[in-house]
Design a protein around this ligand. Sequence first.
Ligand SMILES: Cc1cc2nc3c(=O)[nH]c(=O)nc-3n(C[C@H](O)[C@H](O)[C@H](O)COP(=O)(O)OP(=O)(O)OC[C@H]3O[C@@H](n4cnc5c(N)ncnc54)[C@H](O)[C@@H]3O)c2cc1C
Length: 272
Amino acid sequence: MVAEKRFTIKPSRGDYYLMDKCEGHKANCVLFQCPSEFGKGVLVSPTVHGNLIVGPNAVKCDDAERVNTTSDGLACVKAAAAKSVPDINYRNAIRNFSGMRANTDIDDFIIYMANDHFLDLAGIKSPGLTSAPAIGEEAVKILSENGLALTKKENPVLTRKRIRFKELSESEKAAVIKENPLYGRVICRCETITEGEIVDAVHSPIPPCSVDGIKRRAGSGMGRCQGGFCGPRVLEILARETGMNVLDILKDKNGSRILISETKKEEAFHEA
Ligand SMILES: Cc1cc2nc3c(=O)[nH]c(=O)nc-3n(C[C@H](O)[C@H](O)[C@H](O)COP(=O)(O)OP(=O)(O)OC[C@H]3O[C@@H](n4cnc5c(N)ncnc54)[C@H](O)[C@@H]3O)c2cc1C
């Protein structure tokens, strides 16, 4: 929109299985297979929280917005992963998801000044996440070379101090509950995430405004039931803390409203 077209996105979708923690021990390091023309191949990997993640495959797609999983794609992930770890029990899958790689017709990240005032960071395909800090530094360098005045922030947020209730000792738990009783109410039972941690997330410097946003900050809904139990409670807390109408709260992106309308209304009782 701001410059002449220099590249074309050629998206490819990758499906994943996220397994319950009971499968977490099936790999004790990230298991890669030999990369092919489709990319780095299907991985079996323990996650930092102790789950097992399996995937992704690579399927060329015309529509970059279609991030639905498919049974064919998931079957392909299973078959490929079996070469690394044959005994994964897929009955313990707790979530499937897919993502779209921003591949382009240029075999690299695309980082350039598209015009005098616009830096393009495009086609940030894999391993774009790993590369993000370096890309950020490069972006600052290019922008400053192109006239951006860099002023030092007076009050930068340098730390993210968070209470992880389940990681505290018994005496620390007692102390935080005494200070704030909300730490004494467990909202997410699978992951032991308390109301205090969720409220902290809602009031953090860049506040999350959806149920999945809170999940990413506080960890509620990450467990075996995937938010089946805590989801409605998180929604209530988010509405209470932000003043939002519960009907307007989203699960994640636009169009993902959780509640559509009230089903029961209290009617005034008039004695005959
Ligand atoms: C299957 C798969 C496997 C991968 N494996 C790895 C890996 O092993 N290692 C690695 O380092 N990287 C990996 N990547 C790549 C990594 O995920 C990306 O490089 C990285 O996420 C790119 O970051 P980004 O910020 O450029 O884009 P994104 O992470 O896509 O972020 C863009 C954001 O902008 C939002 N957005 C889009 N349009 C709008 C709009 N109009 N208004 C407001 N918001 C908007 C989107 O919702 C999204 O949140 C993988 C990607 C896929 C799909």
